[in-house]
Every structure is written in structure tokens, then in C-alpha cells.
Write a protein that binds this ligand. Sequence first.
Ligand code: EPZ
Length: 431
Amino acid sequence: MAKFVISNSPPLKGSVKVCGSKNAVLPVLAAGILSEGTCVIREAPNLSDVQTMEKLLESIGVKIKTDEDSGVIELYAQDSLNWEASYDLVGKMRASFLIMGPLLARLGRVHVPLPGGCAIGTRPVDLHLKGFVALGAKIEQEHGYVRATAKRLHGARIYLDFPSVGATENIMMAAVLADGVTVLENCAVEPEIVDLANFLNSAGAEIRGAGTDTIRISGVKSLRETDHTVIPDRIEAGTFMVAAGVTGGDITVTNVVADHLKPLIAKLKEVNLVVSETENGLRVNGDNVHLKAADAKTLPYPGFPTDMQAQFMSLLTLAEGTSIVTETVFENRFMHVGELKRMGAEIKIESRSAVIEGVKNLTGAQVKATDLRAGAALALAALRAKGDTEIGDIYHIERGYCDLDKKLRSLGAKIVRVEDPKNQGDCEKNN
Ligand code: EPZ
């Protein structure tokens, strides 16, 4: 397996183009199952998670053509789809569970493995299943699989106990072909939900209210071909914006939607970074900035994104004073703390909060990526640390960042990706 070797780097300077959003393209690919025509998806990022989803879709009979260079994926979900998905593919990536709603809607039955837990939490799917039952499905669980059957799905009024992103997406997709109207309340309002609704509506669905906490879906007979460009990845953008702060550099991220980054922009300004909108993106200037401590509490959108918590913590380890980061979305998303402490960070975990005392310097160390965003956080810290850092298990990072080392090098970072002959273990399950 590969690792990153990162040395203390000069302030990163320059501009970097953000890829299409991982968390938008994965549900959109799954939604392709619902269409009886060919769906063209553009700006798809070249990520291992996308390849996993493509393999899963092909395993149930979806025809796929991918041009990785241009980021264009063509999907054709023929009529004779397989209603069963295999454990080895679904077990690799939790987002695979997003095929359940579309398969149930299209075929009236689906048999998929329950996604396991992962590094950041148990990741239950009870809200997804409650939604399917409300739409008229019969649910059976045994041997780690869930089977759902329904002669015809019908509209329902569903109130989500928690604004779960995945549950909102899965139930919305299941409701698109149901008889009648479904009203989904207390649902997630992330930009990726809006993008999925836009994709579905462009194929003939009738979804209103995506982006608000109440979505209304009027069932239609079928969906047709469409051509959709996914939104930019706000978390990749945020990661590079934080890199400007960690290294005291000056980075412009292009191909971004500033509106999707409001909570992060507010926090970066709070720690004294200069954030400005340019004609083609967002610029973060950390040159000669004395980083100031700040508190952050992760919340569903439009709160501070849990997917930026680890990266922002790397920045806070270098900010003068005491910062408190509270993780309210996942129950175990502080796996990066132990690794940051090995690099000299001063962090104490107290229940769901991490108390960070800023330090002058971090030092390089051998560390491991425990999950996607924790790995990114370690890469950021390593850029500033004195000495060299080796980050193992970077397959976690490569699930969600395309060409992270190449993009960082283009900004002046001293980072190389090397095959690690010693560490040839299998990739563990992804989260
Ligand atoms: C999506 O995961 C994202 N993944 C995650 O990004 C992101 O962190 C998360 O939303 C929150 O924004 C994709 O979109 C592929 P949730 P998802 O359902 O849908 C609980 C990354 O780094 N919950 O909103 O799985 C759950 O346990 C990844 O790119 C239930 O209790 O997130 C968690 O505590 C990591 N029952 C909370 O809700 C359910 O049925 C949020 O989960 C579903 C969820």
C-alpha cells in the first residue's frame, strides 16, 4: 500500500481547481437506477469511492461508460436489473446503501447487505428503513442483510428524527416513482441534497423544497434520460482553504460555490485569516497572520460541517490560546487527535469536545490515516511540522481527494506518494 512522505513546507501559494463533489456524485450515480434512459453525469471526480459505486452499479446490471480524464460518466439502467447486491462491494463503502431506495422504487424489491459501522461511528440506517416502511415497503433483516419488498410504493408524510443526509437521499429517491405525494420533514438541507433533487427533476421527477427542511415529492410514472453536472466539492475546497492558514500561505480555490462554504469562511475569519471572494473563486491569505484560538461545534448544514472538523482542528493546534471543538454529528470522530498529539499538538478530549492549546511548532512523525478527513488533517499538519512525516493507509484519503499530493505540490508543498513495501495489508472497510 502507499503512503505520503511530507516535509516541512514553505507557505503554500497559488490557485487550485476543486473537483466535483464526492458526496453529490455518489447519490446521483445511485439515482441513475431510476431512469429508463441514458444519464450523462459531468464533473465526476476521479476517486476510489466513485469507482466502487460504478462497480456496484455494474454488478446489478447498470451499463456504465466512464471517461476519467473528462470526468464524464454515462449510465444506462436497463430493465432487467438485479435486485441483489453483494457484500464485498456494499461492505467497502457505506454510500453503497444509497442503491436501496432506487432499486426498491424501480423493481419493487431489493436485497442488500446492511452497511457496517466504521471508524467514525456505528452509522445506523434505521431512519432509511423507517422511511421505506412509511412508503409501504415490507422490511426483513437477517444474516446481516436487509430485504425490502413492495407491490407499489405510496406517498406518505415522514418526519426524520434526525436530518440524516443519507436517509433524506434514500427516501427521496424511493418516493420519486411512488403513487401520490410524499412530504419529508426535518430532512437534511445540505447542498448535495439540492444537487440530487436537481438531477432527479431534470430526469422528470417532481421534487419541491430541496434545501429546506421540508421536501415534497409527487410520484411520477418513470424517469427519462438526462445530462447533469455535479456541484463542486465544498469539503475539498475547505481543506485547501485551511492549508493556507496552516502554512501561512495565500491560496485561491477555483470552481467553488462560496455560498456552500459560509460556516467555514466565518470560522477562518474568526482565527484571523483573510478570506475574500475573487472573480473565479475564494482566496485565503494567511501570510503574516497571527492565528487566534476559536471554538467550533459541528452541526448539520448550514452549521459547521463535521467533514471539516479534523482539518480545522489541525489549524487550531497552531492558534494561540485555547480552542474547543465539539463533534455533535458522529460519536467517534476524534481519531485524528491521537495522531496530532504524536506530532506535538496539545489536545485533551472531554466527552464530545476536544480542548486544544495552541503550540508554536509541530514535529514530523510516523502517523496513520484512520478515516478520510482525519488523513487530510494529518497531511495539513505535516506541511507545517518541523521534520518529515509519513502518513500510512492513505487509501482512506484517496477515497475523497483526487490527486491531493499533486495539487499540494503545485502550491509548493514538499509531499511525495510512495508505495510502502512493508505495509501490504488489505484495505480495511471504508466508512
Ligand atoms: C453523509 O454521510 C456524508 N457521506 C458524510 O461524509 C457526512 O459526514 C455526513 O453525511 C454528515 O454530513 C456521503 O454523503 C457519502 P448522516 P451519512 O446519515 O449520510 C445518524 C465524508 O467524509 N444516523 O447524515 O451517512 C448517524 O449515525 C463522509 O465525506 C442515524 O442515527 O450521514 C450520524 O450520527 C463521512 N440513523 C448522523 O445521523 C440513520 O438512519 C449523521 O449521519 C442515519 C444516520
